[in-house]
Design a protein around this ligand. Structure first.
Ligand code: CP3
Length: 347
């Protein structure tokens, strides 16, 4: 159960009213930090993930610099695609590229899941190494995975795509092929997250970034249903909360209320307080400052942060975050301003 020493982030994710909201931000470890770029000079991105001591160093960088209330494991959502046989590379200025995309029922049938403990040992080694540093500091570590729909979209498109044309084509032409691929991803993701819990993460988050491309019925079948099956399949102590991030939460949040998650991470496209008033306080909320605000002048940024904090002032179960991730060209000092405002906020 929760004790007085339970970290703010865990208490808020479990639905408690905290003295002030905890803060962490998506992509808090990344290229906008000079200390990350310094490490990155020596390694490719995949190389960084493969070396637990390097993954540990970059996971800790935003904790050291800002005193974030939670750390997120440095990894990527596409490792579960690798487990199913995707040949993944990260290409400079292009992002992820998969050399053997899924295009047919036969391609899906050929996907054989490798045992996660043997295939991704470095992820679990990194978790153990990170926790040696974080536990004494009382900072919780968030583990994560991509949700099946978003990971499947990369496997099908062969990389990033602005419209998910092939994935949506597959849904319309051969929905059973999509279902079969998602079934395999559900099984791998359950194993992967259970192994993260076993290795010692304090919380989990599922990322379903590209749900903004789905209509309501497709969302239910290809995003919500797999997410529910994953959460139901976890061996998760009650004090290890799980959060679901989706885009287009303004539409999808009411459907996610009873998906089994402790918290929803809300994108920037909707009023966070509006979502709370619509769905109630049975589930915690995380979000949702528009990341673009980090490009505005200090006064404008400050006003937006305070206005978001004030809108959730009397609400239990609230975690401050961005409505999506940090971008490489953002100034570290802007994020410091945000963190300091949240840390100094009195309910
Ligand atoms: O700090 C953190 O948030 C933890 C680590 C993390 C990364 N990616 C590191 C990363 C997490 C949680 C992710 C999740 C992820 N990865 C998502 C879902 C969340 C989101 O941002 O929508 C998605 C869609 C991916 C897939 C992915 N990984 C893409 C499209 C790219 C290329 C993006 C780009 O801007 O080049 C990545 C690479 C990636 N993942 C980087 C980092 C720090 C950049 C790597 C580098 O070149 O140094």
């Amino acid at each position: 159960m929760e004790t007085p020493n339970t970290p703010l982030y865990i208490r808020a994710a479990l639905g408690e009213q905290t003295e002030r909201p905890p803060i962490w931000v998506m992509r808090q470890a990344g290229r906008y930090l000079p200390e990350y770029r310094e490490v990155r000079k020596q390694h490719s991105f995949l190389d960084m993930l493969n070396h637990p001591e390097v993954a540990t160093e970059v996971t800790l960088q935003p904790i050291r610099r800002y005193g974030m209330d939670a750390a997120i494991l440095f990894c990527d959502i596409l490792v579960t695609a690798q487990v199913l046989g995707s040949k993944l590379d990260f290409v400079e200025k292009k992002g992820p590229v998969i050399a053997n995309p899924i295009r047919s029922a036969a391609d899906v049938a050929n996907c054989q899941a490798a045992p996660v403990n043997e295939f991704l040992p470095y992820v679990f080694d990194a978790i153990k190494l990170i926790q040696k540093e974080l536990r004494p500091k009382g900072v919780p570590l968030i583990g994560f995975a991509g949700a099946p729909f978003t990971v499947a979209s990369y496997m099908i498109e062969g990389g990033s795509s602005k419209d998910l044309a092939r994935s949506k084509g597959l849904i319309k032409e051969s929905p059973e092929v999509m279902d079969a691929l998602l079934d395999k991803l559900v099984a791998v993701t359950i194993d992967y997250l259970n192994a993260q819990i076993e290795a010692g993460v304090d919380a989990l988050q599922l990322f379903d970034t590209w749900t903004n491309h789905l209509d309501l019925e497709s969302f239910k079948r290809y995003s919500l249903d797999p997410i529910k099956r994953i959460i139901a399949g976890l061996n998760r102590p009650a004090n290890v909360p799980i959060t679901v991030f989706c885009k287009n939460m303004g539409v999808f949040a009411p459907l996610l209320v009873d998906c089994g998650a402790n918290a929803l991470s809300v994108d920037w496209g909707v009023s966070l307080r509006g979502v709370r008033d619509q769905i109630g306080s049975s589930i915690a909320l995380q979000g949702n400052l528009d990341p673009q605000m980090l490009y505005t002048e200090d006064k404008v940024l400050e006003k937006a942060v305070i206005s978001l904090l004030d809108s959730m002032k009397d609400q239990p179960g609230y975690i401050f975050n961005l409505g999506h991730g940090m971008s490489p060209d953002m100034e570290p000092e802007k994020l410091k301003l945000v963190v300091d405002l949240v840390h100094g906020y009195k309910r």
